[in-house]
Design a binder for this molecule. Sequence first.
Ligand SMILES: Cc1cc2nc3c(=O)[nH]c(=O)nc-3n(C[C@H](O)[C@H](O)[C@H](O)COP(=O)(O)O)c2cc1C
Length: 455
Amino acid sequence: MRTSTAPRALTHRRSSPLETNLLSTPLHFGFFSSFQPPAWHAGTDRTFGEDWHNGGYHSWLAKRVEDAGFDFLFFEDTSGVSRVLGGNTDMDLRYVLSAPKNDPVALITYLAAKTSRLGLIATGSTSLYPPFLLARLYATIDNLSGGRVGWNIVTSSEDEAAQNYGLDALPPTNERYAIADEFMDVVNKLWDSWEPGAVVKDLENNVYTDPTKVHAIDHVGEHFKVRGPLNSYPSPQKKPLFAQAGGSPRGREFAARHAELIMSVTIGGVEAMKEFREDIHARMRAVGRDPREARILYALHPYIFESPAARRAAITDAQLVPVLGKHGAHLGIDLLTFDLEKPLPLDLEVNGTTSMFESLKEKARRGISLREAIIDFHWGDDALGTTGPAKDVARNLVDAMEEVGGDGYIFMATQDANGEVIDGLIDELVPELKRIGAMRTDFPGSTFRENLFSF
Ligand SMILES: Cc1cc2nc3c(=O)[nH]c(=O)nc-3n(C[C@H](O)[C@H](O)[C@H](O)COP(=O)(O)O)c2cc1C
């Protein structure tokens, strides 16, 4: 599966006592996005990113991210207008939660033509795609992009999405992952159905493809029946780079078995991040894989700001509106009707107890305002110290990775209303990361997989 087998240190030790600020091995960095408008409600002039639906905004973003030297740009996906909030689609549509959202697979095809070195990951669901369609689609984009495509493998989690594909509901988690395992078996067989060197372009004998090197797969399983072979041209990477972010034990097992890029969150700080990495490595060994066959990256929201307190103070009411709408709908109450500067009323009841409601109520008991309570809940407590001046954030990112032994980060800027968050990350944090040797300054390989495994 890996094309580069160069050994890689699993931890990032400082190179020598004289160069205490320099890392011997850089980290890997990705950038998280969604084929949606950027934080529309919080924008001051509301025109930033308004060309998102026709690829304009994400072309700009892809160029920024590529020029900065990130390994990849990542697109999450879901496929439905959600009714989870309040039992109808109102909140979802008013606050741009899961809709509108265009298809990221089409978007990365477009971005492949706008970029030349950046890895491009689009999410595709094993519960919703037929395996042949997915195998052919990603092989085609790998051809179009010159070997830069990645597939974020999800099993989906919304019944609304399943109902758009002829199902009443998604199967339970364990069954979804069992289907996903068989799905992986099928698509791997399809991508392997053309032996290396099958395309001969033999002028003398007038043969384009050697028929003895292309094979039917004749897969008949519990969930899929696929004859094969694949009918697309063998692509530079042969298979897309496999990315996955399953958090449940079954999701971790799936990632350990199949993924080359494994993503997790930083909730719980360094200890939880370390536990995740060790658990994934143990699971990889248990299925006969070398832990070096996967990169583990952690997703987080760094903010370049003069101080965490200044950042907190800069969160506007406009930014809070969709956040209050979304969390209120989860609780079944309209949080927008309460005074932001006062604690929530202590006698407030919701239908069913949730951990979020307990957290808000506990803050209310201590006299903390709804504004402060919801900021804490939504933006988190910044366990790694990644809000502040670029120098501090870069150092904290590196220190956390040294403790965790991980491979890098995926930056999220989903609250970026006007482009300032992205500017801070790319114009201030990236140069600082490069200065201390934590980010590479060029793309060493020609394919996404080569770049991710070149060190
Ligand atoms: C960086 C990152 C990106 C994710 N992208 C998606 C996505 O595009 N679509 C999706 O349905 N879930 C996405 N998830 C959620 C996970 O795929 C997964 O469903 C979740 O972590 C729950 O784990 P489980 O499926 O093992 O229960 C993402 C999670 C992370 C951390």
